[in-house]
Ligand binder design. Structure first.
Ligand code: AHR
Length: 853
């Protein structure tokens, strides 16, 4: 087959668009190795030179997959390109990609055409469309593809003689020496215009790379020519205003890095349900976090609920739980203990204790249980001393054999003292951001690791013992104690709109599970997937989304689902307005047809709900381009953009949204951050927020990501808030979000700034000093956000034309000694009895002025 591949490679080169080509340049397309995707080289007077990467594999998980083996490219009669490649040696599919110009590629598709594996696919034009031949199990097969490269027939076996026919008029594969290295690939002839376009693409990419690598810690060198003080003026024109979103700053809560269990969710017992498994985390099992002098016996014969099948069988041996890196116990505080006991014919009494790391008894209470079926028992423990690494000890007092499950310990002091509540300090630091919305329960965590790990919201509501735990894509366990009811309640408690985001019927494209078939979706027909004992199909999945809306918003008197919400403690509707469908997915056909189905289904049944779509994980590229195209075609209200870019990118892309169309689909910047927790990162983010406000007519929401990370369990860096069991550690990035969130306006006011260095206007300063002026219509306050990302201070006389008089001001400032500081002091707020005539911006600072009437 390798030979066939070689021969067809050469034959593909016979199909350039001859009509279109006037003057021809050779371009060599090759893959330097299977990890690096498709590259281009051009001939120069010094021989063949590498130009850059055209595209890479998007198949499978990062690390182990994303491989491109045996790429085969051909050209259609209209000059556009078709690419196929092998993804690994197991999957019954190949990768298929389309490009009009070799540099912009459609999101890849992975047609399942084989029963076994699918090796060395080769594409060539045939009739109106294309033929793809591949090898599987020693035999050869042919697949027919439509001209748009969207539909593929199943592999049809071809004989050796047919194969020879295809191979017929071909020559050998092409080899070139690229920058001194022998490479195998294909040579094509392009017009001079086409080559120029490709060169321009690589030049622009190189320039973007150079700009993105700029960092403030290189300022001494890069900004050497700027004088010690930069002069600036800010002139606000109150007569020019435009309405902007009143929900610009929100939060994205994802259960990553122990953000939920062991984090925001205040439960102090780890593995309370004895449901930990190897699937959650290598080496975990039902007894993880539990200890006893003898092996702990786990039973499943008579579970509390089928969703919660494991429980511990206690002989008269003491068992204890280690908590989440220990249990924090504070003298004088009260703790609610509860557990379910299956006593059969035997009564049992327990001594429930909190014991310090050195064996000191911190709290103790007796729990008497009766003989009988599963029943919940509870008691309150009052601590007489403190310990940050205590444990929960359960001492059986009689010689009886009983089952225990759902063993729980909560501090009575939770956020707003809610039962089954949230850790007070963490919830408060989030509330202090004044987020206008909360996106939950996660990104990758929500669409899941494989189809059977897609998040089902209804598994997370109802009685705790009935909820369905699952493994978390971030390699731990979700108890679902923090479920949809609790998320909605938290939103209400902090005055934020709930924005649940659920899968578009496809799991994470980087899933390592789910069998063959990148991003295989929930099937349309009854098939191999079930959920809750019933077939899982796209129709049943759509019903889940509709049920969520009814559960959240329905009338408890007439709707069974809404009655469940009322029973849980919230008779009034939650007033859900937004629903996210999909999370930065690969926007191939599998996604698109499922997204459209769900979007249309939701819109038809609930036109009052705004569906938020998704445009991939980056600020450019296939998913972004095609996602926006799709959004325009389907007239979507809002799409969710994600990008994690370096400081330099933010410095040079402050006008990113200035170029967006003002009409049509709006932007939710659902995940973004600059890559670090230094003051320079926070300032780059402050510059970007000014850009978001200026474009608040197009960008309707934004949320930094990720929000929380527990020290010792951090799976992603940077994060906005780090914490451990006793401390909450906001970052400079947090303070920027907080200052912006607490000072949100809903009317943008046009203003102009001018910068001078040594009496002359300077562009360097314009890139580093930025303003955004907004009006908060409710209070009438005028809010001026100023960023100085320069090493020198800036003095900025302030002129406000029109709008009446403001008489006093609050000025909040975030700064640090050095731009590479991670530890910065919290912002300081000063009250001023007059409005300052000019503002001094300290070096590397973010300053928010709030002018009051
Ligand atoms: O924010 C962390 C992860 O980043 C999210 O889960 C995912 O959507 C993105 O890739």
């Amino acid at each position: 087959m390798r030979k066939l591949f070689s021969l067809l490679l050469a034959s593909a080169a016979l199909f350039p668009s001859s009509a279109a080509i006037s003057q021809r340049d050779s371009i060599f397309i090759y893959s330097p190795d299977f990890r690096q995707g498709l590259h281009a080289a051009v001939r120069t007077s010094d021989g063949w030179k590498h130009l850059g990467q055209l595209c890479s594999s998007d198949y499978g998980t990062w690390g182990a997959e994303k491989r491109m083996y045996h790429p085969s490219l051909c050209r259609a009669n209209d000059g556009s390109w078709r690419l196929v490649f092998q993804v690994n040696d197991r999957a019954p599919l190949f990768a298929a990609a389309y490009s009009a110009d070799l540099v912009n590629w459609r999101p890849q598709d992975y047609p399942r055409v084989a029963t076994g594996n699918c090796l060395e696919p080769v594409v060539h034009p045939a009739g109106d469309g294309f033929d793809i031949v591949y090898t599987s199990g020693g035999a050869h097969y042919r697949v027919k593809a439509t001209p748009d490269f969207r539909h593929f027939t199943a592999g049809e076996r071809i004989s050796d003689s047919e194969l020879q026919g295809i191979v017929g008029a071909t020559k050998t594969e092409d080899r070139k020496n690229i920058d001194g290295k022998e490479c195998t690939g294909q040579t094509f002839l392009l017009t001079a215009e086409e080559t120029a376009r490709i060169r321009q693409f690589f030049d622009e990419r190189a320039e973007d790379g150079r700009k993105s690598s700029e960092r403030m810690h290189d300022d001494k060198k890069n900004l050497a020519s700027l004088p010690k003080t930069v002069g600036a003026t800010l002139t606000v024109d109150m007569s020019r205003q435009k309405p902007i979103s009143d929900k610009l700053i929100g939060i994205f809560f994802e259960d990553i890095s122990y953000a939920a269990d062991g984090g925001l969710y205040a439960e102090l017992v780890q593995n309370r349900d004895f449901e930990y498994t190897e699937k959650d985390h290598g080496g975990w099992n039902a007894t993880t976090a539990w200890h006893s002098s003898k092996p702990i016996e786990i039973a499943t014969e008579h579970p509390l609920h089928p969703n919660n099948p494991h429980y511990a069988l206690l002989w008269p041996d003491t068992i204890w739980n280690e908590g989440w890196d220990g249990i924090v116990v504070e003298a004088g505080k009260k703790y609610d203990f509860s557990m379910y006991v299956l006593a059969g014919g035997q009564k049992q009494d327990f001594s429930i204790q909190l014991v310090g790391h050195d064996g000191t008894l911190l709290a103790k209470s007796k729990l008497k249980t009766r003989a009988g079926d599963w029943q919940q028992y509870s008691t309150v423990l009052t601590a007489t001393a403190s310990d940050n690494k205590a444990r929960l000890v359960i001492v059986p007092l009689k010689a009886a054999h009983v089952g225990i499950d759902m063993v729980s310990l909560f501090p009575q002091e939770t956020f707003m003292n809610r039962k089954n509540g949230l850790r007070r300090d963490l919830a408060q630091v989030i509330a202090d951001l004044h987020p206008k919305f909360v996106r939950f329960p996660g990104g990758c965590m929500s669409h899941g690791n494989g189809i059977d790990n897609i998040y089902h919201w209804q598994a997370t509501v109802g009685e705790l013992w009935e909820r369905q735990p699952d493994f978390n894509i971030w390699h731990y366990h979700q108890t679902r104690g923090l479920g949809f009811y609790e998320y909605f309640q938290f939103c209400e408690d902090i005055g934020a709109e709930p924005l649940p985001v659920l899968s578009a019927g496809v799991p994470c494209q980087n899933s390592s599970r789910g069998g063959h078939g990148q991003q295989g979706g929930i099937p349309w027909e009854v098939g191999r997937y079930t959920y809750n004992g019933k077939p899982l199909t796209m129709a049943s999945y759509l019903q889940e989304l509709l049920d969520l809306i009814e559960w959240a918003n329905g009338d408890a008197a007439t709707s069974k689902l809404a009655a469940l919400r009322a029973k849980a403690g919230h008779p009034k509707p939650f007033n859900l307005k937004y629903l996210g469908i999909g999370n930065e997915d690969l926007l191939g056909d599998v996604f698109n047809e499922r997204f459209d189905y769900l979007n249309e289904g939701v819109k038809k049944a609930h036109p009052e709900i705004t569906v938020v779509g998704t445009v991939g994980p980056f600020w450019e590229g296939s998913d972004y381009e095609y996602g926006w195209q799709h959004a325009a075609e389907k007239n979507l209200s809002i799409v969710d953009e994600h990008y994690y870019n370096p400081v330099g990118w933010y410095l040079h892309n402050q006008d990113f949204y200035d170029k967006y169309k003002r009409e049509g689909t709006k932007v939710y910047l659902g995940e973004w951050a600059s890559k670090g927790n230094l003051l320079e990162n926070a300032l780059a983010e402050a510059l970007h927020i000014n850009g978001l406000e200026r474009n608040g007519d197009v960008v309707c929401m934004s949320s930094y990501a990720p929000l929380l990370a527990k020290e010792g369990h951090t799976q992603w860096n940077p994060d906005m808030i780090y914490f451990n069991n006793t401390e909450v550690k906001p970052t400079p990035n947090y303070y920027v979000q907080m200052m912006a969130g607490q000072n949100a306006g809903d009317e943008y006011v046009y203003a102009e700034s001018k910068f001078t260095a040594k009496g002359r206007e300077t562009a360097d300063a314009a890139l580093r000093v930025s303003h955004s002026v907004t009006l908060d219509k409710e209070t009438g306050d005028l809010i001026i956000k100023l960023v100085n990302a320069l090493p020198q201070s800036t003095v900025m006389p302030l002129t406000i034309n029109g709008g009446g008089a403001w008489t006093r001001a609050t000025v909040t400032t975030l700064t640090g000694h050095s731009v590479t500081n991670r530890e910065v002091a919290a912002p300081v707020t000063e009250e001023m009895s007059t409005v300052p005539a000019s503002v001094v911006l300290p070096p590397y600072s973010y300053r928010v002025l709030r002018l009051k009437r």
